[in-house]
Ligand binder design. Structure first.
Ligand SMILES: Nc1ncnc2c1ncn2[C@@H]1O[C@H](COP(=O)(O)OP(=O)(O)OP(=O)(O)O)[C@@H](O)[C@H]1O
Length: 472
């Protein structure tokens, strides 16, 4: 029996008990034979794993278990590692070693590990892995980018060039900064880029940095660990960066992100690691970042409201989407495209309609300045198709704001609607200059010719281009 008090007993009997207790407490199965191959000891775990009961003790192993290789160890003196054994209902791995004292073999020991348990665990792990894969697939399908470059309509005013660059950089891993007024199609571009990249079947996670209060944005982006703060969810929360792993995160309105959070974003860009709030360890992530803003980031940098280092890091590839008023020639194609989408929607509801638009109505659409860009045009067309009694879109079907604020095209000869003379003259001058430049071309010699035809100096032409916000 083991000593119950604190005094140390060095008697042989006590020492044997001591070693036996150690062998019994081991989690692996242990069987020991002496130099004659007689079983001297097995622990309960050995019985558990192999089914061999303690009545084997004192008997020759070879007789009891003819397949046992342990007795060979007494002869060849070799250690054997990871010998696979399988009986009807058990599977286990055995390590064997001779017990040598003063260069004499006094026995051999076999240590076994159950594979049944390992199998069970690996089975469970497999199931969990499959579940995780399913969840990942579901998440990817929930966060799928639907637009491709085919959905980007138009080519005028520099849009063709932007599409060209965007397509080229799609497959690169570099961050992209998309700028342009609200409604010009920044997210549309981001989705198209994602869908053309190798990440197309992974998640595309859009985040509007201006729509989420800055106090919440950090935990939304990075997630948090359990107990990170009061009201924190049990088990913590995964952040959007982790959700976008292997995919793309679209950080819209990046100019509205707080200065502190900008520093954390810069770290993600540099280290490709994130740390959930309240946790100490970091997690590796592989996310492509596409940021967008309608603000002038350089100006924000100058005002110390946007980090210069982050700006340069994001601005490696920049795409500027021109406003719709600078590419009014695209309006007919976009209108056609929008009407077709409406038709497709109706078709899904079993209605088949084919819309046309009156020339006069189209003229009016091209006279308007579109401060809300393509999004506004989409809304106007949705409204018009609702208002139309038949399939022809007429001026009456446009909202009042369009009919009131449209400015005449030079060649249309339409009279201005509810405009002051000054406003109409300004609009006419803008359109006339725009048309003349388009007729002659963009380079300096062509502009000189345009200025001559307009009867103004080149300097005045440049001033007027600036005043009318014409980017040629
Ligand atoms: N060139 C285009 N061709 C077809 N549809 C377009 C085009 N540009 C924009 N759209 C459509 O206009 C709407 C607004 O686009 P999007 O949301 O991408 O703009 P945004 O610049 O990201 O706007 P915001 O800055 O307000 O977030 C979307 O429905 C989009 O599909």
């Amino acid at each position: 029996m083991l000593q119950q008090n604190n005094t140390t007993d060095f008697s042989l009997e006590s020492q044997i008990e001591w070693w036996k207790a150690i062998v019994y407490s081991i989690n692996d199965g242990v069987l020991v034979i002496d130099h004659e191959g007689i079983v001297r000891l097995i622990n309960p775990e050995y019985t558990q794993i192999t089914g061999v009961t303690p009545d084997i003790i004192g008997k020759p192993l070879k007789e009891y278990r003819p397949g046992a290789q342990l007795t060979e160890t007494l002869i060849d003196r070799k250690c054997k590692v990871g010998v696979y054994r399988k009986t009807e209902d058990r599977e286990y791995m055995v390590d064997m070693a001779p017990i040598i004292v003063n260069n004499r073999i006094i026995g051999a020991v076999s240590v076994c590990k159950s594979l049944t348990e390992v199998h069970k665990l690996s089975q469970e792990l497999k199931k969990k892995g499959e579940k995780l894969e399913q969840l990942e697939k579901r998440m990817n399908s929930l966060y799928q980018a639907k637009y491709t470059f085919e959905d980007i309509i138009g080519k005028n005013g520099g849009l063709r060039e932007v599409v060209y660059v965007a397509e080229k950089v799609s497959e690169s891993e570099l961050p992209i900064l998309v700028t342009g007024e609200s409604g010009t199609g920044k997210e549309l571009f981001a989705q198209a880029i994602h869908n053309k990249s190798n990440r197309f079947n992974r998640a595309f996670i859009p985040v509007n940095c201006a729509a989420i209060p800055s106090s919440l944005l950090e935990s939304e982006l990075f997630g948090y660990g359990e107990g990170a703060f009061t009201n924190a969810k049990k088990g913590g929360k995964i952040g959007l960066f982790e959700m976008a792993n292997n995919g793309t995160i679209f950080l819209d309105e990046i100019g509205d992100m707080s200065y502190d959070l900008q520093a954390k974003l810069l770290r993600v860009l540099q280290e490709k690691k994130i740390r959930r709030i309240g946790e100490t360890s970091e997690r590796e992530i592989d996310v492509r970042i596409i940021a967008a803003t309608h603000r002038d980031l350089e100006q924000l940098v100058n005002k110390n409201r946007f980090r210069e280092d982050l700006f340069y890091r994001l601005n490696v590839i920049s795409l500027h989407i021109p406003p719709l008023r600078d590419r009014k020639e695209d309006i007919p194609d976009i209108v056609q495209f929008l009407l077709q989408s409406t038709e497709m929607n109706l078709l899904q509801n079993k209605f088949s309609l084919s819309y046309t638009i009156e020339k006069q109505t189209m003229n009016l659409l091209q006279m308007y300045e579109w401060p809300g860009n393509v999004r506004e045009l989409k809304n106007v067309m949705d409204y018009a198709t609702c208002m139309a009694e038949g399939t022809v879109i007429k001026t009456d079907h446009l909202s009042e704001i369009i009919t009131k604020k449209s400015v005449p095209l030079i060649e249309s000869g339409e009279s201005p609607l509810n405009q002051t003379l000054q406003e109409a003259m300004e609009a006419a001058e803008r359109n006339f200059i725009q048309d003349t430049i388009k007729r002659f071309g963009h380079d300096i010699d062509e502009k000189k010719k345009a200025a001559k035809v307009l009867g103004i100096s080149l300097a005045t032409l440049y001033n007027k281009l600036k005043r009318h916000k014409l980017h040629f």
